[in-house]
Write a new protein. Sequence first.
Lengths: 183, 169
Amino acid sequence: MKKQFMTPLIIFGFLVVLLVVGLMKAKYVRDVPSPLIGKPVPEFSIPTVGDQQKNFSSEELKGQVSLVNIWASWCVSCRAEHRLLNALAQQGINIYGINYKDELVDARGWLSAYGNPYIKSAHDISGRTGIDWGVYGTPETFVIDNKGMIRYKHTGPIYQDDITEKVLPLIEQLKAEQLKAES
Amino acid sequence: MVKINTSFLFGMLIIFFVFPTASSAGPRGTPKEPIVFNNPQIEKDYLELAEELRCLVCQNQNLIDSNAELADDLRREVAKMLKQGKNKEQVTEFMVDRYGDFVLYNPPLKSSTWLLWGGPFVLMFFALFIMLRKINAANSEKNTASSELSEQEKEKLQAILKPSPNKKG
């Protein structure tokens, strides 16, 4: 008799555990694992935001450890992380930008208003380069090693915790790898 | 007690009225022209692909349903590739290379997805197993109950069956 009451209770308990685990994981669900990690950066060569006569090409990402940040002036959460990127650039981290589906005048206005942490920014007005990078939600930040391989991707605004726990240690590790390879 | 901070509310109102564009912010770009097909086969392939591919922005919609800017770009990219003579597999590969298996509403069977594909069958067999056990248990209970009587029951039966002279009127 008692056992009959227990069975639904056990099933219910199991379901509760399942749902709680699902809810706890829910905030990570939007993070689509990128198939680009461990692959070379997608090839591109498009005009820069600063000077439309000059191109920013994926070749330039080889031979150094760098961050590539996908940003846009219309992107609200890009503004949220921008302060941190400025700080990283001041620390001497190489940051390149891909300005995603933005008008030139807006992009330039944004950089002069909030500071320009980027060595250069590609002006991807059509969003086609963004598609090659698997961009689906600006801002996105990629860590590139000295061979021009994508080693890490962060989707959404980057926070101080992400920088201290993930990005900076990885950059240190990649720089060490680079030194080892060169010596 | 909940005390509403009026200056906070006032501040929020100001934000909403002063920055109405904050909610309508979105990607810029050249105006879009409708996607036109001359070849019915390509159009059919396009529609099938746009149904099977997931929009990365509104993750529970496919490309054809989604109104997101990226979905529109991807629809155009799919149409362009088909018109260039690429087949459906090549277009699917293009998408998977960039966005992973996640873009497929019909995920491939591999080590990371076996639970997804096999899970329902595992559950079904588990349920069948439980059900058969229950049925067996119920049957054997019924059989023992009907076929054999305990000593007490036999005595009771005898007592009932025995004609009792005193009650005969």
